[in-house]
Design a protein around this ligand. Structure first.
Ligand SMILES: [Zn+2]
Ligand SMILES: [Zn+2]
Length: 472
């Protein structure tokens, strides 16, 4: 059976917006798709129109997950239920169908033009599909033929073709001599072993059946090397797409095509960790890693409490020591600030804001409640009623109680890491906090009317903070 492709002009294709060349010899093989939706055309007369409408969808706004739409219909070739083959992007062009950059770079995409509810493909259609796959192999593509599902965990290309792709001998294996004239020596169990070790953690309970005992050294070597490769490769595009989508609110219609249907547990764990690193959802500011370029934005009511330090310890000291500080010596003040910086930073809070609150609450450590033996740094439990307020036996305890309490205001329950949870627990043992205050103050403005009755409270803390930063 001679394979003949219906060309782009014949089915009425629009011109592609752009073309990314990709030689078949760079490919590991071919990925097989179906439409899923839309369904097949009722007769062959409708097939060209069906392709035109799919092309319009792929190139229209939001098509192929791109705001302005994809460059062209996503696939390289199509095969219709009537056994005809069509040129879409064709040979030598990179596909946009496989779900992510890596799979698009390494696999061509052939689509079977049917969807959910359609009849199983006829032998004629399957014969054409096999021919198209062989044509790719003749052009230099590698021997792998994978369902789209292999890359993203989707349903594609539907139950019938999934079965067909499992058949042995391979339906697309021609009588031609094998392209690689060496014995295929990779044992079936090897990749099960590697996957188990690398992707599943090698837990004894989940040990795949059929592994030899003992595992030969070369297999361990393979697993160890792949583990190294995965480590240096770092997070993949599909993972980053998923994290970005999650941050943006996980809207169903915006789900990236690269994201697997079942999110691996390792991804969830990694995302949790990232969220803790960038606590409060604040993305890292490019200026932060460079100490010579401190963040210059003014502190205001909308400034987040969880942040790397926005002022140096020298600035904090400079501010406090230049003003009266009660019965505390300069050395006392330095020691107190050292505690504040260390405990705040470990908790993820910006020491500048914590110290600014302390300065505001204690009048720069001159207030009655801040003096020894009370050492109350932030009006904790001080309600104005005679004698009401909490005393601390050391500044270490006072600082931990203050920072932990502020952290409880800043972080919703359940989003803490281990150390944060411990600190909050300590602080709330000193003085309980109503549940509706938890996480109420991701930014300074959340403290106004809650920590203090004063509605201008946030602005007052910000003013102190800006004064501290003005000092150099
Ligand atoms: Zn697909
Ligand atoms: Zn047709």
């Amino acid at each position: 059976m001679a394979l003949r492709f219906t060309g782009r002009e014949q089915w009425g294709a629009k011109k592609p917006k752009s073309v990314t060349p990709r030689s078949p010899s760079e490919l590991s093989g071919v990925a097989v798709h179906w439409f899923g939706s839309p369904r097949a055309a009722g007769s062959h007369e409708g097939c060209a129109a069906l392709l035109r409408s799919v092309q319009a969808t792929h190139m229209g706004p939001g098509g192929l997950g791109v705001a302005n739409g994809g460059a062209d219909i996503a696939y390289n070739h199509a095969v219709c239920p009537h056994g005809k083959a069509f040129t879409l992007r064709g040979f030598g062009v990179q596909t946009g169908a496989n779900g992510d950059e890596a799979s698009n770079r390494t696999f061509a995409a052939v689509v079977y033009m049917a969807g959910t509810g359609d009849k199983a493909p006829t032998d004629e259609a399957l014969g054409t599909l096999a021919e198209v796959i062989r044509a790719w192999q003749r052009k230099g593509a590698g021997p792998l033929v994978k369902p789209h599902q292999f890359f993203t965990g989707s349903d594609c290309p539907g139950p019938n073709l999934l079965d067909w792709l499992e058949l042995k001998p391979r339906p697309w294996a021609g009588k031609a001599r094998p392209r690689v004239p060496v014995k295929d020596e990779t044992p079936d169990w090897l990749l099960d072993f590697v996957h188990w070790r690398v992707a599943e953690g090698g837990d004894r309970k989940s040990r795949p059946k059929g592994l030899p005992k003992p595992i030969p050294e070369s297999a361990h070597e393979t697993a160890a090397r792949i583990e190294r490769m995965v480590t240096v490769m770092g997070p993949q595009e599909s993972f980053l797409d998923w994290v970005a989508w999650r941050r943006a609110g996980e809207k169903k219609e915006e789900r990236p095509r690269s994201v697997p249907r079942k999110i691996p547990k390792a991804w969830r764990d990694a995302a949790k960790r990232l969220e803790q690193v960038f606590a409060n959802g604040e993305p890292p500011k490019p200026s932060e890693p460079k100490p010579e370029k401190p963040e210059t934005r003014r502190i205001g009511a909308r400034t987040t409490l969880l942040s790397p330090p926005r002022a140096s310890r020298e600035q904090l000291e400079g501010h406090m020591l230049a003003r009266a500080h009660g019965d505390y010596t300069d050395a006392n003040v330095r020691a107190i600030l050292k505690r504040y910086v260390s405990v705040s930073q470990k908790a993820g809070l910006d020491p500048l804001l914590v110290v600014s609150q302390m300065v505001l609450e204690t009048g720069n450590l001159t207030s009655f409640w801040s003096q020894v033996p009370r050492r109350n740094p932030a009006g904790i439990g001080v309600t104005g009623e005679p004698g009401a307020g909490i005393s601390f036996s050391s500044w270490d305890k006072a600082v931990r109680a203050h920072v932990g309490r502020l952290l409880a205001y800043a972080l919703p329950e359940g989003s803490e890491n281990e150390a944060q949870r411990k600190l909050i627990g300590e602080a709330l043992e000193v003085r309980p906090l109503p549940a509706d205050r938890r996480g109420i103050a991701p930014t300074l403005e959340g403290l106004a009317g809650t920590w203090a009755a004063d509605t201008k409270y946030a602005g007052k803390i910000a003013r102190v903070a800006n004064e501290i930063r003005a000092a150099s």
